[in-house]
Structures are given as C-alpha cells and as structure tokens.
Design a protein around this ligand. Structure first.
Ligand code: NI
Length: 142
C-alpha cells in the first residue's frame, strides 16, 4: 500500500539566464528578455510529492511538520530571496527553472531520505511549470 503526499511551498528569487559559452548575441537569441543583465524575479511555487505506506500509528505518510522544517531550513535558507546565479549549484549551470527543479529534487532526495521522493514541481509563472522525477510515472505503477 502506498499513499502520496504533496505539499506546496513559496520561494521568491531572481535569476538571469545567461550561458558563458554563448556570445552576447547568442545569449540574447536563446534567452531573450531573460538575458537582461540585471536579471528578474519570480515567485516560485515549489510542490514536493513524497510517498510511502501510511504509518499505522500516526496515520500519515510522513510528518508534515518535519517536511516543512526541512524545506524551510534547507531550501528556504538557500534559495529564498536570493540571486540564483550566485548559488554554487549554478556556477556551471544556467539557473533555469528546469535546473532549479532538479537541484531541489537532489537536495530533498539526499536530505530527507526516510520517505520516497516522487516528484518536484516548480511553477515559475501561472503559465509554466517544470517537473522532475526519477521514479516511474505514477500511471504505469498502478
Ligand atoms: Ni525567469
């Protein structure tokens, strides 16, 4: 038996999409306005989905307070109200929301390892969001 728990968090950060491997013209062509030298901000919505059996004692998949604490301490401290371009994870990688999503996934998978991490979804705007998972798609699992 397996149940899923998803929790939503908010994160505000800035970034500039720029790749040193490209010329200025190429950067502008690839990233458009997102290559603006002063960067821009997003109010990201980060959704973390974990899974596992329902603990017969607590009736829960995972302790929500523990997950909240971990996310606030580790993800929040690191990325909230920060310039993503200055984070060590993005020294060699462009801080696109795809890459931010993968980074958050890696941090949760390693740091909050007592539950199964199913998926991390990061909403950048109301029109686009990104998802990353190393698990089999849920529909195929059933
Ligand atoms: Ni952006």
């Amino acid at each position: 038996m397996k149940a899923y728990l998803s929790r939503r968090y908010r994160l505000s950060a800035s970034h500039r999409l720029h790749n040193e491997a490209y010329s200025s013209a190429e950067n502008r062509a690839v990233y458009g306005k997102c290559n603006n030298p002063h960067g821009h901000g997003h109010n990201y919505v980060v959704e973390i989905t974990v899974s596992g059996p329902v603990d017969p004692l607590t009736g829960m998949v995972c302790n929500l307070a523990e997950l909240d604490g971990f996310v606030r301490r580790v993800i929040g401290e690191r990325f909230d109200h920060k310039n993503l371009n200055q984070d060590s994870a993005f020294e060699q990688k462009v801080p696109t929301t795809e890459n931010l999503c993968i980074e958050i996934y890696k941090i949760v998978k390693i740091g909050f390892a007592h539950v199964m991490l199913e998926c991390v979804r990061v909403e950048e705007t109301s029109n686009n969001f990104f998802e990353y998972s190393e698990m089999a798609p849920r529909l195929l699992e059933r």
